[in-house]
Design a protein around this ligand. Structure first.
Ligand code: LLP
Length: 463
């Protein structure tokens, strides 16, 4: 994942970075179903609606900026993953992508499990009634308090991330009179980015225990020796926004060879493997994501084939999609403010939010789409950069896109595919008030996370 240079660098100079934009679409009024949530359509009067409600009505009722989440689409995607993986596998939604109590209830109703990676996510899951045995607890530096709470609650699995944690979790479980089900997270030496992956022997990053140099085998040896732990499987997560299944193939092959080594050394066949999340979604019309049934088929075949070759029983597979479920289901609605044409370059369109509600463009050079949604327009396309209202030139929401040249202050524009890692990574930079998340379904809209207020900000500032 690339990181942009510090924005105070080239963006202050007279040389602007090269654009990656494609040519404008033939008709800017057409909404590509690939990037928009399922129930989003353009109505007869030209404006856009979601769940049967017009965006202008939504803006009046809930204000802007705001995230609108298509509940019908969320449930359909959750169900598609559940169905694709069937009864012999488990789908754990990765709560880090976006978590709220309403979402936890939808997941519960649709038969999904939940991956949490902090005390806060665990508290949210438990408070919304997710059964603890359907929760997996992750993290590379879980605190003693977090581990204790997870064990006491009875979470279905803790994913062990280091040698120290093996002992720590075993000790806490034993002192509570429990035997905690655990998986061991291994790093398989696969680094996957969008359309490519790199397979190496080592990985230079903070997560998991390396397969290399027999470290993972040693972790399993130590965990099996501790009474407080029941080792149920091996976990691997290779990256995010991945389109290429080949990285998973290498990862699965390496995990299965560890299972075979464990069988040879200890005489046991661990019953589960988790292949993590990371499946990509379409942020622009150029992206071609895989459907859940294709992913399930591909992963199932890889694991079965490798297990047959190693003469192992096929373990129960689990996966942890976050982005692929929630990402496409929401858009961010903004009101257009200042419009600044820069002769020969592009037009800067400022909106009433920015890097505080979507840090991904500044942080990862992420690409997004944008559309005028409060009306149609037949005006010529103009090359725009959609920027926020923060005191930073790197405060970019959409780097390069086309909007109609008659765009005016007060128009509503929307950025699709902002369901994942936008609200969950939102900040109060410049004392921005984090936007609400509004769930829309069958003509009804309801706030599931309310807008922050100045009172919220001042309550934390104890003077
Ligand atoms: N499982 C584990 C162990 C993970 O670390 C992650 C993501 C997932 C599952 C879910 O991955 P997903 O299916 O959502 O790609 N903030 C970044 C993404 C960070 C992902 C971290 N781990 C972004 O905005 O692109």
């Amino acid at each position: 994942m690339s990181r942009s240079a510090h924005p105070a660098g080239p963006r202050h100079a007279d040389v602007l970075p090269e654009g990656h934009y494609s040519a404008p679409a033939d008709d800017l009024n057409v909404l590509d179903p690939k990037v928009w949530a399922q129930t989003v359509t353009r109505t007869e009067d030209g404006s856009v609606s979601v769940g049967g409600i017009d965006v202008s009505t939504l803006a009046e009722q809930f204000g802007t900026p705001a995230y609108f989440l298509d509940e019908t689409d969320f449930r359909a995607r959750a169900r598609a993953w559940r169905t694709a993986f069937g009864h012999d596998a488990d789908v754990f939604y990765a709560g880090k992508a976006f978590l709220s109590r309403a979402v936890v209830r939808w997941l519960h109703e649709e038969g999904l499990n939940l991956d949490v990676c902090s005390g806060g996510e665990l508290a949210t899951a438990l408070s919304a009634g997710m059964p603890a045995d359907r929760i997996a607890f992750h993290g590379n530096n879980k605190s003693v308090a977090e581990i204790t709470r997870a064990v006491e609650a009875g979470v279905g699995r803790i994913v062990l991330d280091s040698f120290q944690e093996i002992v720590r979790v075993a000790h806490i479980a034993q002192s509570l009179g429990r035997r905690q089900r655990v998986q061991i997270r291994v790093t398989v030496g696969v680094e996957a980015h969008t359309h490519e992956f790199i397979a190496t022997a080592h990985e230079d990053q903070k997560f998991g225990i390396a397969l290399a140099d027999g470290q993972a085998a040693e972790a399993v040896r130590r965990a099996l020796a501790l009474d407080g732990l029941e080792v149920i499987g091996i976990h691997s997560h290779i990256g995010s926004q991945i389109f290429d299944m080949a990285g998973f193939e290498v990862a699965a092959r390496r995990v299965v060879s560890l299972l075979a080594a464990i069988r040879d050394e200890h005489g046991i066949e661990l019953p589960e493997i988790d292949l993590g999340g990371g499946l990509g979604i379409a942020y622009t019309s150029d992206d071609d994501p895989r459907e859940p049934h294709e992913i399930a088929k591909a992963l199932g075949e890889i694991v079965t084939r490798e297990c047959e070759a190693a003469k192992l029983r096929t373990p129960r597979i689990s996966v942890e999609p976050g982005r692929a479920i929630v990402g496409p289901t929401a858009f961010t609605l903004y009101e257009v403010g200042t419009i600044k044409p820069l002769e020969g370059l592009r037009t800067y369109v400022s909106v009433d939010g920015g890097m505080s509600d979507n840090i991904r463009t500044a942080l990862y050079d992420a690409e997004y789409s944008v559309a005028l949604v409060s009306r149609t327009s037949d005006a010529e396309p103009m090359l725009v950069r959609v920027v926020g209202k923060h005191c930073e030139s790197g405060d970019i929401v959409v780097k390069d896109a086309f909007l109609p040249s008659d765009l005016a202050p007060g128009d509503l524009i929307a950025v699709p595919a902002t369901g994942a890692y936008c609200r969950s990574m939102a900040s109060n930079y410049n004392h921005a008030l984090r936007p609400p998340v509004v769930a829309v379904r069958d003509g009804e809209a309801r706030v599931i996370v309310r807008r922050e207020t100045e009172e919220d900000l001042l309550r934390l500032d104890v003077g």
